[in-house]
Design a protein around this ligand. Structure first.
Ligand code: ATP
Length: 239
């Protein structure tokens, strides 16, 4: 595995008006890894993902993707580079079919053959989406909508996925299905930064983990080390 750093945050600060949510986040994601970003409610996990993908502006520090400084770039430009964000909540558009929702994910892809090829890949990964392709996307079950949200991100042409709480609101069996899909995507070459409330589950899947507290990294280690330390799990991971 090529283990170089694809995503690097250095001293990132960001917030919302006068609310400072990130107070100097330092973080690295290596190619081919799943990295879990953990922490209690309000620790800054979602804001970290939003700052990486350009939805929130960093007020200080830098974000590098594949060695390039992308701090302050537009969200659409960042997605085009292959750094794709799947936000919390599924944002499936009502009134559009499953297929149309997927096509929307590829609006930046001009090459029609490439769009077809990616749609084929999404259908291979999620056969249920092919069977339901003509149905209204909003009529899918919660788990299927999560698949559609991930599938839409894959239509972009991704190298790194930022996944925000993919298991949110899903029944336990669907949570496990979602985790299996994340693992499979990773095995097929996708690097993943995963925000997840279910710390134990995330650390089972991940290679490495960061724990955020109050907008900065409180600790980091191999996922197996974090998982083995029950005091860490209880004190910082909110479960
Ligand atoms: P959760 O697990 O609850 O989603 P989180 O770790 O993802 O938490 P963030 O959503 O990044 O945390 O929030 C970090 C801080 O920023 C919190 O204090 C939160 O109240 C604040 N915050 C988040 N979004 C906004 C917003 N749109 N406007 C103002 N403050 C916000």
């Amino acid at each position: 595995m090529n283990n170089d750093v694809v995503l690097r945050l250095k001293g990132v600060e960001a917030g919302y008006g006068r609310i400072q949510a990130l107070n100097g986040v330092d973080l690295e994601v290596r190619r081919g890894q799943i990295v879990a970003l953990l922490g209690a409610n309000g620790a800054g996990k979602t804001t970290t993902l939003k700052t990486i993908s350009g939805l929130v502006r960093a007020t200080s520090g830098t974000v590098e993707f594949e060695g390039e400084d992308i701090t302050g770039r537009r969200a659409s430009d960042i997605a085009r580079l292959g750094l794709v964000h799947v936000p919390e909540g599924r944002h499936i558009l009502k009134g559009l079919s499953v297929r149309e929702n997927l096509e929307l994910g590829a609006f930046t892809v001009r090459d029609a053959n490439l769009r077809r090829q990616r749609m084929g890949e999404v259908f291979r990964l999620f056969p249920i989406l092919e069977r339901r392709q003509h149905q209204d996307g909003s009529l899918l079950s919660g788990g299927e909508q999560q698949m559609l949200a991930i599938g839409r991100a894959l239509m972009h042409g991704h190298r790194v996925l930022l996944l925000d709480e993919p298991s949110m609101g899903l029944a336990p069996k669907l949570v496990l299905d979602t985790m299996r899909i994340i693992k499979r995507l990773n095995q097929e070459g996708t690097t993943i930064l995963l925000v997840e409330q279910n710390a134990r589950l995330a650390l089972k899947l991940a290679h490495y983990g960061y724990v955020l507290e109050g907008g900065h990294v409180r600790m980091q280690n191999d996922a197996a080390v974090l998982r083995a330390d029950t005091s860490i799990v209880q004190a910082y991971l909110g479960d």
